[in-house]
Design a protein around this ligand. Sequence first.
Ligand code: PLP
Length: 306
Amino acid sequence: MARVYNFSAGPSMLPESVLKRAAAEMLDYEGSGQSVMEMSHRSKVYEGIINGCEALLREIMNIPDNYKVLFLQGGASSQFAMIPMNLMTGSGKADYVLTGQWATKAQKEAARYGQANIVASSKDKTFSYIPKLDPDTFTKDADYFYICMNNTIYGTVYHELPQTGDVPLVADISSCALSRTLDVSKFGILYAGAQKNMAPAGVTVVIIRDDLIGHPMDITPTMFNYQIHADNGSMFNTPPCYTIYVMKLVLEWIKNEVGGLDNMLIRNQKKADLLYGFLDSSNMFKGTVVPEDRSLMNVPFITGHE
Ligand SMILES: Cc1ncc(COP(=O)(O)O)c(C=O)c1O
């Protein structure tokens, strides 16, 4: 069997051992006589899968007890609306840093619900760097401060977090989740569409500090209310059952075969060094990002010649 190397940002390659295990368990999951695709999400067997997935994620990411883990649908893009609908109810203001297409989309969506201030942008140089941030320019009474931590298309990453004081930091980690250790306690919300680093497409993981739940706008649809999903253990409606199962397998792979996120960082660093080293010495290709803001996950490069 010839498997290709697929370097797409996402949906992206899954570990072969995960695919093999999913294949082996396809017709009969652990003696249940059925595929995970076919079983009730309210069954005891499935309860074990979703609870096991959450427990592993908490262990691997070292998620503090005062954070909820939610398995939602609608992609990372739904969070562009869900975040303001649930958080922009204090001053009605939030700060955004524009570092690429995804942060820009998030800011545009938030501006439909409140005052979404742009505190910095790197659009002037095609998003090839992370803007230097001055906390004096931040909105003091903002309901949250928003960043896209790893910019999939432009290949930049925040190596230092903005100093937002008491203002909760909200980060889109769709393209860097599980790529290295993060101090979850520094964030109000972390969220990621799964299809890049965690699982097949279909689930969006939201890690949210307890105090940020429960203050939605009146117009918030029930399905966009974090509280509904937190109160129902991500089972208010049918969750993306099979995707969550594959995510559990990926987390088991990270724990048992990779040896956790510190080892994952070493693997990623090795791969990135190889590629950046080549680009830096090439006459033909060159990376587009300033060296200090380079992502380990996404590496854009050009020839500069038609
Ligand atoms: C950083 C980032 N945020 C958001 C998205 C949108 O995710 P989704 O397709 O799950 O809505 C993507 C890519 O697809 C992304 O790379």
